[in-house]
Design a protein around this ligand. Structure first.
Ligand code: HEM
Length: 446
């Protein structure tokens, strides 16, 4: 019985590796040992091995060349392979659940509302107003920066999407509660019983759909035009495919979900690394004070300011690399196929595990050191194996928007405040970067 998994998944030509226990496979080892599990298996079986984790037979690919190939070849049957709970809760029109031509037009609609021109003219003014407000009255307080950055990422996107402000609306509050439940649901086991996170997430999805449907309805009735993302998605435009309401709602949920944990965790970790590296903080503050000096008091940040934040961009990239905000991406095979000379059966998951590339000493000298200066040479950003934002047809469309949000956050944070850690808070790096009890800082005005 203990060899059940080995027997069940035995097929000729599969990559090397072990399948673990019946049902659980090697999930416990994977979650407990984290990156070391991957490194140990790689030492034993090479950079392309099989396992059984998180309920599925899975191929782990740690080979940079192959990882690129997998991301570039969705059309050959290598589609996103995210867990069922995530797909159920994010909806059947969510971007990771659609392929081929549907993915093309959903992605097209998304790109049109977060294009560089839209960021410059519509989104950045909203982000600036939001951050300037959000980062006021923090002085002489002890702040849980993990909680704050989560709130920041959520509320900032709510304002961009539907023009909803926290002070002016109780909608924001109820939306926030539902959204946080939805996020927890997507990373839970898909057991639909009252009391489970999955069940709560599913209910939250229903409530969010009803909130958003009401907003759509009210907007249609009032005939007012709104210059926010929802407004653009609803507007008639002959040059692009019009989305129906279900697609609009799933796209909005996708947008909020994808930018939430990535932006909040990167911002929190940037605060952490800057605290620990006073020289980098000094350089960053210099950049932002220079911007502030050339502006009138309360003049908003514009896209030229963002462009001039070269060191800030370097800090964001170095933070994403060193903290490894995203460990990798998931794919699954839609048909039997051959990959790297091995047989991969239909329906198996492929974990494109990119974490180790971030610590490769050939790409990043002294890889465990926080050194934003290494990114001042822009060519590093475009090197082939740099997959922090994914690659191929699913390359992160929110990259520049995310960088703009984090840069604006850092602008107001470092120009207004100084901070020190209260100390004693634990940081976990795997499977997700998080501070289990929060990350507390004492803030004083600059
Ligand atoms: C700044 C931190 C961010 C990081 C590190 C990041 C990382 C990634 C990665 C690795 C992927 C590839 C996923 C895959 O191939 O399966 C991705 C896709 C995606 N990201 Fe981001 N992201 C960030 C910010 C954002 C923001 C702010 C948004 C929203 C505006 C966003 C929206 C998306 C969407 C919609 C996809 C799916 C694209 C598709 O399937 O075509 N991301 N992101």
């Amino acid at each position: 019985l203990l060899r059940w998994n080995e027997v069940r998944y035995r097929k000729k030509g599969l990559p090397p590796g072990t399948m673990g226990w019946p049902l659980f496979g090697e999930t416990t080892e994977f979650l407990k040992q984290g990156p070391n599990f991957m490194k140990n298996q790689r030492a034993r079986y090479g950079s392309f091995f099989k396992s059984h984790i998180l309920g599925c037979p899975t191929i782990v690919s740690m080979d940079p060349e192959l990882n690129r190939y997998i991301l570039m070849n969705e059309a050959k049957g290598l589609v996103p392979g995210y867990p069922q709970s995530m797909l159920d809760i994010l909806g059947k029109c969510n971007i990771a659940a659609v392929h081929g031509s549907t993915h093309k037009y959903m992605r097209g609609a998304l790109l049109s509302i977060i294009s560089p021109t839209m960021i410059r003219d519509q989104i950045l003014p909203k982000i600036d107003e939001f951050m300037s407000d959000f980062l006021s009255n923090w002085d002489d307080k002890i702040i849980n920066i993990q909680e704050k950055t989560k709130e920041m990422a959520f509320l900032s996107s709510l304002k961009q999407i539907a023009g909803i402000d926290i002070e002016s609306s109780s909608l924001a509050d109820s939306f926030k509660t539902e959204f946080f439940k939805l996020v927890l649901g997507t990373i839970s086991l898909p057991i639909n019983l009252p009391g489970t996170n999955y069940h709560r997430g599913f209910q939250a999805r229903k409530n969010i759909i009803s909130i958003l449907s009401k907003v759509l309805e009210e907007r249609r009735e009032s005939n007012e035009t709104h210059k926010d993302m929802l407004g653009f998605l609803m507007a008639k435009d002959e040059n692009r495919h019009m989305l129906n309401d279900e697609e609009i709602i799933d796209l909005v949920i996708t947008l909020m979900y994808s930018g939430y944990e990535t932006v909040s965790t990167t911002s929190m970790m940037a605060v952490k690394y800057l605290h620990d590296h006073p020289k980098a903080l000094q350089e960053l503050r210099k950049e932002h004070l220079a911007i502030k000096e050339r502006k009138k008091p309360n003049e908003p940040i514009d896209s030229n300011d963002i462009k001039s934040m070269r060191f800030t961009r370097a800090v964001i990239f170095e933070t994403s690399r060193l903290a490894t905000i995203v460990n990798g991406v998931l794919r699954k095979t839609t048909q039997d196929m051959e990959l790297n000379g091995y047989f991969i059966p239909k329906g198996w998951r492929i974990y494109v595990y990119t974490r180790e590339i971030n610590y490769d000493p050939f790409l990043y000298a002294d890889p465990l050191t926080f050194n934003p200066w290494r990114w001042m040479d822009k060519s590093l950003e475009s090197q082939n194996y740099f997959l922090i934002f994914g690659g191929g047809t699913r390359l992160c469309p929110g990259k520049e928007l995310g960088i703009t949000e984090i840069s604006t956050f850092l602008h107001y944070f470092v120009t207004r405040y100084r901070w020190e850690e209260v100390g004693g808070d634990k940081l976990m790096k795997f499977p997700r970067v998080q501070a289990p009890n929060g990350l507390h800082i004492r803030v004083s005005s600059n």
